[in-house]
Design a protein around this ligand. Structure first.
Ligand SMILES: NC(=O)c1ccc[n+]([C@@H]2O[C@H](COP(=O)([O-])OP(=O)(O)OC[C@H]3O[C@@H](n4cnc5c(N)ncnc54)[C@H](O)[C@@H]3O)[C@@H](O)[C@H]2O)c1
Length: 310
């Protein structure tokens, strides 16, 4: 674990799946962390994760947790009234210069800040990670209508310090960007399984061996450019795209009966429960680390905006 002079402090509010992963990331980069959560097993869980680490502070008191934070990262339940209450308390106790971020996957900063004091609203934004934040470089940064631009700049700098790849999203659209993309692919995947076109296992094999591998190395539009050969995206859209562009995609929503059958089919393929979760999680983390290490060997810089250098 690295140690640094003047290390920043992250206050983790809510120590579930996402909060604990942020904590591991922060420690990996030499930050101090203060963790709070009303769960009765908090001390035990944190001790199990970090042992006797003097840079990890555990407290049941929210105000105490955020008192010396540079970044407050909130990871409590995905419920608007809870987040509104939490940020009212966080805003009153955190230092004036702290960035107040929520990991929320769907609730916007504007909604959370609607009844908050102006100086709290100015410091609040969404810093949405992709699970697990300790491995996935992306953080979607969504300022609300009342967020100060200096807060957004500071959040971007802090996430970069944690070697994340923050992307500032210009509009507060439900699902933000990454989950909207995931939702569009998921909807079509479920449709194909429900129509009996492909099994859940085969669909995952198809994804891992085509789009997954491609998208681990290049983006969607970059793939379009390459797909068209030297003629680029223009050639792709006018050629192959003229055919694939006319495909009609599946039904937008799935009814509860067929959704239950789909869930059972996926559980039959992968299993479920604690043991399965641990096995699948370990495999995911091992493979994600392998891909990240291979990309790092190739000189892939996560914070570069120059396509030629990636
Ligand atoms: N799980 C994901 O894939 C994922 C990905 C990105 C973002 N998120 C977001 O992260 C947040 C947390 O999700 P999660 O999956 O870690 O949930 P989780 O259920 O694993 O953890 C939530 C934690 O919040 C705690 N909590 C309850 N009331 C609280 C309070 N008043 N103050 C502080 N903590 C409280 C709970 O005890 C629990 O430990 C949500 O906003 C979610 O949208 C989740």
């Amino acid at each position: 674990m690295s140690r640094r002079e003047n290390r920043p402090t992250m206050a983790i509010v809510g120590a579930g799946v996402i909060g604990l992963s942020w904590a591991r990331l922060a420690r990996e980069h030499g930050w101090a962390v203060a963790i709070t959560d009303p769960r009765p097993d908090l001390a035990e869980i944190v001790a199990g994760e970090f042992g006797e680490d003097p840079e990890v502070r555990v407290t049941g008191d929210l105000a105490d947790a955020v008192r010396d934070a540079d970044l407050v990262q909130e990871n409590g339940p995905e419920r608007l009234p809870i987040k509104q209450q939490l940020f009212a308390e966080i805003g009153a106790a955190a230092p004036a210069g702290a960035v107040l971020a929520t990991s929320s996957s769907s609730i916007t900063a504007s909604e959370i800040a609607s009844d908050l004091e102006a100086d709290v609203a100015a410091r609040l934004l969404v810093g949405h990670p992709f699970n697990p934040p300790e491995l996935m470089p992306l953080v979607e940064v969504l300022p609300g209508a009342r967020t100060a631009s200096a807060t957004t700049d500071r959040a971007v700098a802090l996430y970069r310090d944690l070697h994340r790849e923050p992307v500032v999203i210009a509009k507060e659209l439900p699902g933000f960007v990454a989950n909207r993309l995931q939702g569009a692919v998921s909807r079509e995947a479920r449709y194909l399984v429900q129509q009996g076109v492909v099994s859940p296992g085969d669909l995952d094999t198809i994804l891992r061996n085509s789009l997954g591998l491609r998208w681990a190395t290049i983006g969607l539009f970059e793939g379009n450019v390459l797909g068209g050969g030297p003629g680029g995206i223009r050639h792709l859209i006018e050629g192959v795209g003229a055919q694939t562009g006319s495909i009609e995609f599946g039904t937008p929503a799935t009814d509860p009966v067929s959704m239950e059958a789909l869930i059972e089919s996926v559980e039959d393929t992968y299993g479920s429960g604690d043991e399965v979760y641990e096995v699948l999680r370990a495999r995911r983390d091992r493979r994600t680390r392998a891909v990240l290490a291979a990309l790092a060997d190739d000189g892939h810089a996560t914070t570069s905006s120059d396509p030629a250098s990636r």
